[in-house]
Ligand binder design. Structure first.
Ligand SMILES: NC(=O)c1ccc[n+]([C@@H]2O[C@H](COP(=O)([O-])OP(=O)(O)OC[C@H]3O[C@@H](n4cnc5c(N)ncnc54)[C@H](OP(=O)(O)O)[C@@H]3O)[C@@H](O)[C@H]2O)c1
Length: 366
């Protein structure tokens, strides 16, 4: 199963809205016969790839897969896998987790009915962790959101004059670009577009750019912004999430620069982030990286959508405090009392990235 997870992870960021799946077929003595993985949406499923490679040798063999084989009948792109295991003569199925999509599930039960020996729940936690984006999307109709910020030792994302480039070192920035390559969308706020004019691309060797979404309730994005398709070499989609009543003339100008304009409900002049989450779900985004700034991060935290937080902590401190102080990574009104704090749990171990340290956190269950 560990090998299945390794294979599955090779297609990270390429399979949405499908899960990452790896498959291994071994003979009754445990010797490897064939492997497969789901490489991208529309490509064969991992089981189909492994079964094709195994051919006749699949008869009497054991098939390992991190997600139960699908049995759905409404499939758009490929035919269901469970019957393929029966046809190939697989004797035993070992799988990680059941399929969270109700209309796709039940493959394991079908195979047990057809006489295969079936074992489920193997390395279930690791299997669920790998596909947390797909599972969140399937159950809640929205992506798994990761908030990311580069901060100083005192938690600041910019100086009091707004300078943020660069707080962390080159290795941390490269690390961040590798994460962009593995998510389906990057999101940032209009404040960051105004301050930094980011390109929002994954600038690493062999990288591919995720969709780019800017949250901008009044369509204040300058037509010269570098993330816009007309200014960018990236073929990735670009959307501006805005309020329903945002000015039509600005929509026309930004649309002319290649941006999709997503008109969404707003509250107190701000884009409703629950509606944005739902829209992203409809666009088949299963994992999204929120790259700030502080106000947008605060919005996601307040909407209970900050599933995960990645903080790259640089060994520098800016000092100062009070009015006009350098901004921290979480904006908003701020808590008066500790009871009002946003609470997270550390996830895994801190990781040294060049001169910086990466802290991973997860939203704490209420
Ligand atoms: N170190 C880092 O990792 C990092 C990363 C990103 C940014 N930054 C820094 O952060 C600063 C910009 O951050 P910021 O907080 O001013 O801007 P921001 O978070 O990028 O954008 C926030 C703005 O988006 C608009 N908005 C619309 N709907 C919203 C919603 N539901 N929730 C929150 N915002 C919504 C609002 O603009 P209006 O009020 O105009 O409508 C709001 O002020 C810059 O100095 C930048 O350099 C640092």
């Amino acid at each position: 199963m560990r090998r299945c997870l390794e294979l599955a992870r090779r297609a990270e960021g390429r399979t949405a809205p499908n899960p990452m799946v790896g498959c291994v077929i071994v003979d009754p003595n445990g010797a490897l016969i064939a492997e497969g993985l789901h490489r991208r949406a529309g490509a064969p499923h991992a089981e189909a790839e492994a079964l094709a490679a195994a051919g006749e040798r699949a008869r009497g063999a054991t098939l390992y897969v991190n997600l139960e084989p699908c049995r759905h009948t409404t499939q758009r792109r490929t035919t269901p896998c469970a019957p393929k295991l029966v046809d190939a003569g697989i004797a035993r199925l070992v799988y990680g987790i059941t399929d969270p999509v109700a209309s796709h599930g039940g493959g394991a039960a079908l195979l047990a009915e057809r006489g295969l020996a079936v074992t489920g729940g193997v390395l279930a936690e690791s299997c669920a962790e790998l596909n947390r984006g797909f599972i969140t999307w399937a159950r809640e109709g929205r992506p798994w959101f990761t908030l990311k910020a580069a901060i100083t030792l005192d938690g600041r994302v910019a100086t009091k004059r707004g300078q943020s480039q660069w707080i962390t070192g080159e290795p941390a920035r490269r690390h961040g670009h590798a994460i962009r390559d593995r998510v389906d969308a990057i999101i940032c706020g209009i404040g960051t577009v105004r301050a930094d004019d980011p390109r929002l691309t994954a600038r690493i060797a062999g990288g591919r750019d995720p969709a780019r979404v800017v949250v901008d309730a009044r369509l204040d994005t300058p037509p010269s912004a570098r993330f816009l398709p007309a200014r960018s070499e990236s073929p990735a989609r670009v959307a501006i999430a805005t309020a329903e009543d945002a000015p039509a003339d600005r929509a026309e100008v930004l649309g002319g620069q290649g941006a999709e304009i997503w008109r969404l409900p707003s509250r107190a002049g701000r884009v409703d982030l629950a509606s944005l989450a739902e829209r992203l779900g409809r666009e088949e985004v299963t994992r999204a990286l929120v790259e700030g700034g502080p106000e947008l991060c605060a919005g996601f935290a307040a909407a209970k959508l900050a599933d995960e937080v990645l903080l790259y902590v640089a060994p520098i401190a800016l000092g100062g405090g009070g009015a006009g102080a350098a901004p921290g990574w979480l904006g908003g009104a701020g808590a008066d009392f500790l009871a009002g704090a946003e609470r997270f749990s550390y996830w895994g171990e801190p990781e040294r990235v060049g001169d910086d340290v990466l802290l991973r956190l997860r939203r704490r269950a209420e």
